[in-house]
Design a protein around this ligand. Structure first.
Ligand SMILES: [Fe+2]
Ligand SMILES: [Fe+2]
Length: 169
């Protein structure tokens, strides 16, 4: 059934957008072997780098903050504490991996070259990040979104959505 709540639509839509970007990231990593890192300054690499840096540096943290500050407390109060615990653990792990990946993406963008060790770390951790984020978004779409659908009334959902939108400006 189509979600009638804008905040739920917004979350699921952000999950889908992220999933498309993560797919490109994984292909990009796999297209380049261990021995050969990408030509970072080529237009396609540069565009992907810039999209990844916006996602991991801004969009994902903002999305996590919305969930943690606004939605998880509501879920907890409605008796979904166990689900919240699992999702919070995911956020913690994903944030730790982002903290490893981001400086490497920053360096690739600014210097145009990583050391061999750095490139291998990016290959490994980038792949782990794609796996964790994908599984996390699937968990939320299957578990959190339907719960919120039950719990939130339209006014509450709209209010959260508008507050969230105003943060994006
Ligand atoms: Fe989340
Ligand atoms: Fe999410």
């Amino acid at each position: 059934m189509e979600s009638r709540l804008t905040i739920n639509k917004c979350l699921s839509c952000e999950h889908r957008e992220l999933s498309a970007l993560l797919g490109s990231f994984r292909n990009f990593l796999r297209d380049n072997g261990i021995k050969q890192q990408p030509m970072w300054h080529q237009p396609l690499s540069a565009k992907l780098l810039s999209d990844l840096r916006s996602a991991f540096g801004f969009n994902v943290p903002k999305h996590f903050a919305l969930e943690e500050n606004e939605l998880f407390p509501i879920l907890e109060e409605a008796g979904c504490g166990q689900l919240v615990e699992i999702l919070l653990e995911d956020h913690k792990l994903i944030t730790e991996i982002i903290q490893i990946v981001m400086p490497l993406l920053d360096k690739a963008q600014s210097a145009g070259l990583l050391s061999e060790d750095e490139w291998q770390t990016l290959l490994r951790q980038g792949d782990a990040l794609v796996t964790e984020l994908t599984a996390h978004a699937e968990k939320e779409d299957a578990g959190m979104v339907p719960e919120l659908e039950e719990i939130l009334d339209k006014a509450q959902a709209d209010e959260i959505y508008h507050r969230y939108r105003s943060l994006s400006m």
